[in-house]
Ligand binder design. Structure first.
Ligand SMILES: [Mg+2]
Ligand SMILES: [Zn+2]
Length: 178
């Protein structure tokens, strides 16, 4: 079970660098708890080109991920592992979404059955990466950004399997696969 980070777990603040600014959307802890109680590993896969661009360091990303899990712990949830691509788009790496390298590495590390798994994200690149691996694709727009998300999907002619109004609904629909 793959989840995007910025715009999915926490508000997308554009190159978030400080753990102290991390907030987690309503319903995320509950949704992750539910998924984990049904046996899913929750693996966060996130593009963090801010590293290669020099906006922040690996240690900042590690601190942010520790903070996300600290917040989730208050809701009885946790993300099992975080994977991130530190490269800029121009580098042409295989790990940056919509490339599949990062998800494949995570799937390998955690023995994920891709056909029975899913990706939850807020952008076409999450859907594209998921589609390429045969995952169930779920889009959850950040609150207040529903129209922007729809326009972005339409501009890339991308159709997710599921559109959910919030993370918890997305998690429930992953469990029912529809
Ligand atoms: Mg995102
Ligand atoms: Zn990369």
């Amino acid at each position: 079970m793959f989840v995007d980070r910025d715009g999915t777990i926490n508000p997308d603040l554009r190159y978030l660098a400080e753990a102290s600014r991390v907030e987690v959307f309503l319903g995320v802890a509950q949704g992750i708890r539910l998924l984990r109680s049904h046996g899913y590993r929750v693996l966060c896969t996130t593009n963090q080109s801010g590293i290669e661009r020099g906006y922040y360091q690996h240690a900042d990303v590690a601190a942010i991920h520790a903070r996300v899990n600290e917040i989730l712990a208050k809701g009885g949830a946790r993300i099992d592992a975080f994977y991130y691509c530190p490269h800029a788009p121009e580098s042409g790496c295989a790990c940056r979404k919509p490339g599949t390298g990062m998800l494949e590495k995570a799937a390998d590390d955690w023995n994920v059955d891709l056909a029975g798994s899913a990706i939850v994200g807020d952008r076409s690149l999450d859907v594209e990466a998921g589609e390429a691996l045969g995952l169930l694709t779920v889009v959850v727009p950040p609150p207040g950004h529903e129209r922007r998300v729809e326009l972005e999907l339409a501009s890339r002619e991308i159709q997710p399997d599921i559109r959910a109004a919030g993370f918890l609904e997305g998690a429930l629909r992953v469990l029912t696969r529809g």
